[in-house]
Write a protein that binds this ligand. Structure first.
Ligand SMILES: [Zn+2]
Length: 270
């Protein structure tokens, strides 16, 4: 089945992964900016990273017929350096009219600190001033519930924000309802060591329905599985769900969300 992975960090993956994903039906993907595993030292480090995301990764994906899109930001883990964060936020507009850039992300909270909130709000302001869509990272494990509530409150306090143009990722059983009820899109991240399994994701589809719901692999430099979305497709089939419902979650929903970005030019496979 053709599918789109809306959250995958391909800079951390080898070219063979693009080939494998293409063979499994992946025809499109979006890659949010994230933490490199170490804090970058300067705004120029981010500028180079954004060039990699917007120039080289689309090319590498294209070798296998996969369409690659990206989101730009400074990650919450690096937000404790507020002055560097502000330099990066001021530099991001250099890239916002590049084809394939879908918006600002993945922004959010990590340890739910004051500085993280400051940098999150300044990213929101940039997105509103430049009319960009937003992709949100919610914290992991013990910080998730509180961090998700803080993020949703900050989003809802900004009356400029169109909630239908915001995707909140890494939802789990205890946060998904809050995200969907407030009118945002929700992304379930499938992960071998933390976050959500394919079976738990199927449970959430059964409980909440497919409306504004996406599924992604996150595939990054840690233990992760870039082919997790095909695992979800198989888990849905094992439970007897129709192909139309599966296709809605893994293909039509990401397309509907991405199409709201001016940088999204998509060629359906023929
Ligand atoms: Zn991520």
């Amino acid at each position: 089945m053709d599918y789109i992975d809306p959250h995958i960090h391909m800079v951390s993956r080898v070219t063979d992964d693009y080939e494998t994903l293409a063979k499994m039906g992946c025809i499109g993907m979006s890659e949010p900016a994230f933490w490199a595993g170490f804090d970058r030292g300067s705004v120029d480090g981010f500028r180079d990273y954004f060039r990699q995301l917007t120039e080289f990764e689309p090319k590498r994906a294209g070798w296998y017929g996969v369409q690659h899109y990206s989101w730009l930001c400074i990650n919450a883990k690096e937000a404790e350096n507020v002055s560097l964060s502000r330099q990066v936020i001021a530099m991001i507009p250099e890239f916002l009219d590049t084809p394939g850039v879908l918006g600002i992300g993945e922004i959010g909270l990590n340890k739910n600190t004051h500085n993280e909130s400051i940098v999150f709000l300044e990213h929101l302001d940039l997105a509103m001033k430049t009319n960009e869509q937003i992709l949100i990272h919610t914290p992991h494990l013990e910080d998730k519930f509180q961090g998700t509530r803080m993020i949703l409150d900050m989003l809802c306090d900004d009356k400029r924000i169109d909630r239908g143009r915001v995707l909140v990722d890494h939802v789990e059983e205890h946060t998904i309802r809050h995200v969907l009820e407030r009118g945002f899109w929700a992304g379930m991240t499938l992960y071998p060591v933390s976050k959500c399994t394919p079976e738990r994701a199927v449970d959430m589809v059964e409980r909440y329905g497919p409306e504004r719901l996406l599924v992604n692999s996150a595939g990054d430099w840690g233990p992760s599985k870039p082919t997790a979305v095909p695992d979800f497709i198989m888990a849905m089939r094992r439970r007897g769900h129709p192909e139309s419902l599966i296709r809605r979650v893994v293909y039509e929903n990401p397309l509907a969300f991405f199409r709201q970005s001016r940088g999204f030019q998509f060629t359906p496979p023929t």
